[in-house]
Design a protein around this ligand. Sequence first.
Ligand code: ZN
Length: 160
Amino acid sequence: MKIAQNAVVTFDYTLKGEDGEPLESTRERGPMSYLHGAGNIIPGLEKAMDGRQSGDAFSVTIAPEEAYGPRAEGRVQRVPAKHFPQPRKLKPGQVVQLRTRRGPMQAVVLKVGRFNVDIDTNHPLAGRTLTFDVEIVDVRAATPEEIAHRHAHGPGGAQH
Ligand code: ZN
């Protein structure tokens, strides 16, 4: 089966930065599954997946606009330290998960003070050109439930 709207795709990937250094890989946690055509992965990668099938291996380089977007200035915020579970353990450069009214968000710690923590709320990969080395492990039709939820279920997908 070829990858098209409402296919559930299971794949392994290694993500590399501009100079080829690996940033992230599924080798440590096992392949990832997603529902194709639902905007669950970055647009550039979803486009590159279209029409592929199980066993395909390819590399794709994606500009920031098709990945996590450009870096926006003015997204540095000062947050009271009490909003972090263990503020004393925070270190500059660390990626933290924040709960916001719009849902969970990743941010990078810039500076840790006694009462406040400065964070950059740009996505850690914003502004970066990314290369994915992809291996398609499996392609199957989504279940009606997966289509209704707009995400993949099972190993590598949502567990609920
Ligand atoms: Zn679900």
